[in-house]
Ligand binder design. Structure first.
Ligand code: GLC
Length: 433
């Protein structure tokens, strides 16, 4: 229980700090105004999220449909890249589309989506069903609130972690610092059928921002401080960016690692191509999925390596919300509250390896059996170090600046110092608006 409190406290503090598929939203028969309770009617709702390579989403949808035979959930697969996914929703919702009923939102979107009026507030549903909001991790819950209203409910928390092959990296050999990581990656590269030493996400997209945040924070740097001031032009941030540039340009990563997002990196890892990878918690379930992984039972988890200031994980996570223009608010809510509720989160933790936002699930035997590391120090430490990305209504613009500058430093078009200076100037200008 102590651990749970830690997780809750830290994530909440961390968040507080920085803070169209042919239309399917149709009833198959008849028409109804509310719940799928009428036995003669079957309502189809469309649920959109990025591709889920784990079994989590499929298992949740199946369980929901079994419990609610009058509601069919049609899955709409969105781009895996969160930025591209974001843009697709913005386009659809700006056009007042009602094609999608329920969406998953990245932790960086709720304020923007709420302000843009894309979502339906959930407060009346929450009240009607007596949903116990105290059961949720405080930080994750507050990230889905905006101007006093609850626009989404959190489904899972993400924090960047180090996953390693236990057949290549012995107990007591897990890299503690970024330099240890480089050495271990060099040593294990080529062993046990591997081609690479280390995998990360270095493509120019949101995942690179998360990796950069981790490097910068592990050297004591910040992009924006507690008071909302841009602080990225600092020796600490430059050290972090320099280490990222060094690793991405080293020979332990794939030569084309600047084209790697999560899918490319997790695929290489589960195919047995590398001994070490930085990824989110779902990596554990995926690596132990007998249907797709060649490394079942050979995966360990640890906090990311430390820089001068310690280990730092970027804070991520996803929540579910309802399209304001849905024709099926009641059915959409039923599905959303199932996914974000205890039953859905339990299934997703077991089948998808996702870290729940409902705290009692960290005491659930089946959840812990599937994810033994949820009770380990390493996991708690990673969550404890979780660092939020800047919270701003125009976050996508800030993210773009970071993506461009860090990518230019990686490509050695500019130095890490120049990248930090440029970010300082450009982010400050954006925040002033
Ligand atoms: C994960 C995180 C999300 C982040 C994304 C970056 O999905 O949960 O918050 O933006 O990765 O690729």
């Amino acid at each position: 229980m102590k651990k749970l409190k830690n997780i809750s406290k830290v994530i909440s503090a961390s968040l507080a700090l920085s803070l169209v598929l042919a239309a399917c939203s149709d009833k198959e028969e008849g028409s109804s105004n509310n719940s799928g309770g009428d036995k003669d009617e079957k309502v189809t709702i469309v649920y959109a999220r990025g591709k889920d390579d784990t079994q989590g989403t499929k298992a949740m949808v199946e369980a929901f449909e079994k419990e609610n035979p009058n509601i069919k959930v049609k899955f709409k697969e969105m781009p895996a890249d969160t930025g591209k996914q974001h843009d697709a929703y913005v386009t659809a919702f700006n056009a007042n589309s009602d094609e999608i009923d329920v969406i998953d939102l990245d932790v960086i979107w709720p304020a923007e989506f709420a302000q843009a009026g894309f979502l339906m507030p959930l407060d009346r549903f929450i009240e009607k069903d007596g949903v116990d909001l105290d059961a949720y991790n405080e930080g994750a819950l507050s990230a889905s609130k905006f101007k006093g209203k609850q626009w989404a409910l959190p489904k899972f928390i993400d924090a960047g972690m180090l996953f390693y092959r236990t057949d290549l990296v012995g107990e007591g050999e897990v890299p503690q610092t970024w330099d240890d990581l480089l050495a271990k990656a060099k040593e294990t590269k080529g062993q046990g059928g591997t081609q690479f030493g280390y995998l990360l996400q270095a493509k120019q997209y949101e995942g690179l921002v998360c990796n950069a945040v981790e490097f910068i924070a592990s050297y004591g740097g910040k992009i924006i401080d507690e008071n909302g001031e841009v602080k990225v032009d600092s020796p600490e941030a430059v050290k972090g960016i320099s280490k990222l540039v060094e690793i991405v340009n080293s020979d332990v990563v794939p030569q084309n690692v600047t084209t790697f997002a999560e899918p490319e990196s997790h695929t290489a890892f589960i195919n047995g191509q590398a001994g070490l990878i930085r990824n989110w918690p779902y990596q554990f379930a995926l690596a132990n999925d007998e249907k797709q992984s060649k490394i079942v039972g050979k995966v360990g988890v640890a906090p990311l390596p430390s820089g001068d200031a310690g280990s730092a994980a970027a804070l991520g996570g996803w929540m579910a919300g309802i399209n304001k223009n849905t024709k099926h608010p009641e059915e959409a809510w039923k599905f959303l509250s199932f996914m974000a509720g205890e039953k859905g989160q339990k299934i997703d933790a077991i089948k998808g390896g996702h870290a729940p936002t409902i705290l009692s699930l960290y005491d659930d035997q089946e959840v812990l059996e599937a994810n033994p590391y949820f009770k380990e120090e390493g996991f708690v430490n990673a969550l404890e170090a979780a660092v939020s990305r800047p919270v701003a209504p125009n976050y996508p613009e800030i993210s773009d600046i970071i993506q461009v500058q860090v990518s230019s430093a990686i490509a050695k078009k500019i130095t890490p110092e120049e990248a930090a200076k440029n970010m300082q100037k450009e982010i400050s200008e954006k925040l002033e608006k």
